[in-house]
Ligand binder design. Sequence first.
Ligand code: TYD
Length: 150
Amino acid sequence: MIHSHNVFNYPSPQHPARMEPYIIKLPRYLDTRGNLSFIEEDTHLPFKIRRVYWIYDVPGGEIRGGHAFRQTEELIVGLSGSFEVVLHNGYKEFRYLLNRSYYGIYVPKMIWRMLDNFSTNSLALIIASTEYFDADYIRDFEEFRELCTE
Ligand code: TYD
């Protein structure tokens, strides 16, 4: 896994307006009593926190996501266990294995996402830049790709 302290957006070389996901490494305090990590909005996130949700008790073989957001930006953290995050920005795919609780994947808006290969007892924490609103979802991949070329 690539280590990165970069918390700023950078555009794709092929398309200056299109953002790419990237890894955010979170602080980690190692201690014989147990380890501690944290997230501070202004220090670690390129957006303001409006919502936090988590995905848990995922049965083996199930897939979460399968959509993109028009506006919402997110940070996905694998708090426990492991799972894979597959992202697509309309021309390029990005794959991440989240199996450490001090890594987050920053997902800009207009990125198709799928979460799969959840291990037993895995826990995905998602920090989002918007409150939940259904109109933000794009659930059809072809529609997503067409919107990406606009
Ligand atoms: P959904 O976004 O489809 O889950 P996934 O993360 O796998 O893509 O959400 C599942 C259901 O939960 C859906 O009916 C909407 C509801 N929901 C909320 O009410 N608030 C939220 O913040 C989220 C993420 C989902």
